[in-house]
Design a protein around this ligand. Structure first.
Ligand code: PAF
Length: 286
């Protein structure tokens, strides 16, 4: 496995591969790789000739009060995982090479980024959209894989690629969960043993919401309140948002009639957990 640190060298490598007619698969990450990333890497490996994983803790998607400096960076463990999964290139650019002096372009998607994570984390999505656009320009992948765990991010990347004609096929893979249902996340390492036990409450509330929809409950507000009641039973948890939304626009639904996404974000101690479930309402009997 090659480790490439400079965007220029990465571009040259991709250029050669494209010239040889090979397909490039790409999994962008911020490192601290877990089984969710592993699943993305494995799925990507099957769909391309050459596979690139980027490891870059992107400062522009962190707010001033967020965990940029303490974000986990177990680089040698990450490289070992990539090597074991047959990754061809680990692209590990420095911040300076990604954002040199004079850098000024930003990419933003104001509508899709307006609610939920966008409201809780102003600037987060313009940081994500800007770095993903840059990474696509450097790696020049044919296909890129993202996890459904960050549902709003996945929707945003799909919109970005369509709006800017980036010509990258986007594949979204379902969330990988721990045995008790907790969605895998690089930030789960911050949970204390006690917090880890109650962390599944968010998933339980989403599951209850999905079950209600499957049983025919269509009132978006009632479903939202039912999910909130479950989270409120856990005193250590506070709700940032729980929402019943259209999976494409991410706008809240007052009436659930077809495919729906249940979105949730909660705070547990110093950790913010997000999760989601998609569900399809049963067809109406005529
Ligand atoms: O999901 C992530 O890890 C990041 O937001 C991404 C897509 C790698 C951009 O920094």
């Amino acid at each position: 496995m090659k480790i490439i640190r400079s965007p220029k060298a990465m571009m040259a490598w991709s250029h050669e591969l494209r010239r040889a007619g090979l397909t490039i698969g790409f999994v962008p990450t911020m490192g601290a790789l877990h089984d969710g990333h592993r699943a993305l890497i494995r799925a990507a490996r099957l769909r391309c000739d050459a596979l690139v994983v980027s490891i870059f803790v992107n400062p522009t998607q962190f707010g001033p009060k967020e965990d940029l400096t303490k974000y986990p960076r177990p680089i040698s463990k990450d490289r070992t995982l990539c090597r074991a999964e047959g990754v061809d290139v680990c692209f590990e650019p420095t911040t300076k090479s990604m954002y040199p002096d004079g850098f000024q372009t930003t990419v933003s998607l104001p509508t899709i980024a307006r609610r939920w994570e966008g409201e809780a984390r102003p600037c987060h999505f313009s940081g994500v959209a800007t770095v993903v656009t840059k990474l696509f320009g450097i790696v020049r992948p044919h296909i890129a894989l993202f996890g459904q765990k960050d549902f709003q991010q996945s929707a945003l990347v799909q919109q970005l690629v369509e709006d800017l004609n980036l010509g990258v096929e986007i594949v979204i893979r379902s969330t990988v969960r721990e045995q008790d249902g907790l969605a895998m996340s690089s930030r789960n390492v911050y949970l204390s043993p006690k917090e880890r036990i109650v962390a599944t409450t968010l998933y339980k509330s989403l599951r209850a919401g999905a079950e209600a929809i499957r049983k025919g409950i269509a009132d978006g507000e009632a479903i939202q309140m039912m999910m909130a009641q479950i989270v409120k039973q856990e005193p250590a948890m506070t709700i940032d948002y729980l929402a019943v939304c259209d999976p494409r626009t991410l706008e809240p639904l007052s009436l659930v009639t077809s495919r729906t996404v249940l979105l949730g974000a909660v705070r547990l101690g110093s950790v913010r957990l997000i999760d989601n479930l998609t569900v399809t309402a049963p067809a109406k009997q005529t």
